[in-house]
Design a protein around this ligand. Structure first.
Ligand code: 4AD
Ligand code: MG
Length: 445
């Protein structure tokens, strides 16, 4: 048999006889010609079955094939600039065709389907070209995350999923019965990262993260992936420098390696090409002024109402969307009110009502992709905050301990993989950026 190639390598095999193993994505035919669009996981190629070039039974088999039938094709790769596919511009002139299985009638057809139907068929929907492209980008984003951290001196130290206490507020905890003792699925690995920096200096954890989010939004999953770097001897300014290098690398890598997928998704890549350090940095107070100015100018009463915000409250998605539309790059908003952020954040010097926190908001209305801060390094202040937040002190003894043995200023952040992929791929709803999304009303399949 001819050598089996993968569709993504097709340009290196023009003129050769090769075999391709895959699934029928779309078939069109007229008379003596059948056009089979076949996907193999790495791309899509158009195969042309010409009646006079193949045995009669092969032509008949091609005519009968149903969508998603599995097959092995042998033939010659031809360059043809008009040929559709990913990468486009190549087709396979078929000499032989082996059918592995003729598929049953496939429920997902090129016609439009409702999103509930598609979500019920997520196990099949992931084969569709849009979903395939988004998940290929996701894999590259994850690779770029690890590459950048591993090659910049960060040690990957995994943190537990089963945890005895809240890391990010008590309202979104999933409780698990741990041999009779209540335990929670991790909302963050950060607190353990903070222990780990005292052994390794710069660390990251990367894994699934759980939040019992009771609201249905385009931006919230109950299970998502977060990468959390943490750095010793690092203040808030240093942290923003790290974040902008990191995010720029992820975007650059995706542009380099996933051009065809971004093309299929019709992503405007010029917006991504602008993502280079430095990113604009504005304070929460400045952000409020900008929001007030937008409110004063808008004629839209709904927007005016949605953008109303008292000093002290956290931004909702309308605020983030409005702010990011002012910039053509991701923007840092730092110095949020202490009251709207987590218990562990270092206060602003001389302004205890403000925290040394920073969120990174993605442009084009995508909103927060990173949350981070400088952490409290003083044990007495940390104990006070644990009390103020009504957290059980005994669960945090070890965490306060970290401030007693060589405590240093330190900072870290968490980047949400699905939010980042939604932005890079231009996907408006986060559910398409997770292979099997978990949401308030969805746990199947
Ligand atoms: O801002 P968050 O809650 O920050 C933390 O968890 C910190 N402990 C991180 C740290 O400093 N080590 O979450 C960080 C990011 C958000 O910016 C967002 O991208 C993502 O995690 N995220 C979610 N993504 C999807 N669905 C949800 N429900 C999310 N909640 C947070
Ligand atoms: Mg946040």
């Amino acid at each position: 048999m001819a050598d089996v190639i993968r569709i993504e390598e097709v340009s290196a095999h023009v003129g050769e006889t090769v075999a391709i193993k895959g699934w029928l994505y779309l078939k069109t035919g007229k008379g003596k010609l059948q056009f089979l669009r076949v996907r193999d996981g790495t791309g899509i190629i158009q195969a042309v079955v010409f009646k006079k070039d193949v045995p009669a039974e092969v032509f008949e088999a091609a005519r009968r094939l149903s969508q998603e039938s599995s097959l092995v094709m042998t033939g010659t790769i031809r360059a043809d600039p008009r040929a559709p596919g990913i990468p486009g511009g190549y087709e396979l002139g078929v000499d032989d065709l082996q059918i592995v299985q003729v598929a049953d009638e496939y429920p997902i057809t090129p016609k439009e389907h409702g999103v509930e139907f598609l979500q019920d068929h997520r196990h099949l929907w992931i084969r569709s070209s849009r979903q395939w492209a988004i998940l290929r980008v996701r894999a590259t984003v994850i690779m770029a995350i690890r590459d950048w951290l591993d090659s910049n001196g960060y040690v990957n130290v995994d943190t537990p999923i089963l945890t005895p206490a809240a890391g990010e507020g008590t309202t979104t905890l999933f409780e698990v019965d741990y041999f009779g003792q209540p335990t929670y699925l991790a909302q963050t690995g950060q607190l353990y990262n903070e222990a780990d920096i005292y052994s390794f200096g710069k660390v990251y954890c990367f894994g699934p993260t759980f939040r019992a989010e009771k609201s249905k939004t385009r931006r919230h999953l109950t299970e998502f992936w977060m990468v959390e770097p943490e750095v010793a001897f690092c203040d808030l300014d240093d942290l923003m420098g790290i974040e902008e290098e990191f995010v720029s690398h992820i975007v650059r890598r995706t542009l380099e390696e996933r051009g065809p997928e971004l093309g299929l998704l019709e992503r405007d890549t010029s917006a991504l090409e602008r993502v280079e350090p430095p990113f604009p940095r504005i304070s929460y107070d400045e952000a409020l002024e900008k929001l007030a100015a937008i409110r004063a100018e808008t004629q839209d009463p709904v927007l005016k109402e949605a953008l109303a915000l008292e000093w002290g409250s956290d931004f909702g998605s309308p605020h983030e969307t409005a702010l990011t539309k002012l910039y053509d790059k991701p923007v840092f908003v730092y110095g949020y009110p202490t009251a709207c952020k987590a218990f562990y954040m270092e206060p602003w010097p001389g302004r205890p009502e403000v925290s040394k926190s920073v969120d990174l908001l993605a442009p084009e209305g995508f909103g927060e992709i990173i949350g981070g801060s400088e952490r409290i390094s003083d044990p007495a202040l940390l104990e006070q905050r644990i009390r103020e937040h009504d957290l059980p002190p005994e669960a945090f003894t070890w965490y306060v301990d970290l401030r007693k043995f060589g405590s240093v200023p330190h900072s870290g952040f968490g980047l949400g993989v699905e939010r980042t992929v939604a932005w890079i791929t231009g996907t408006r709803h986060i559910r398409e950026t997770s292979p099997y999304p978990r949401m308030l009303n969805r746990i199947y399949p």
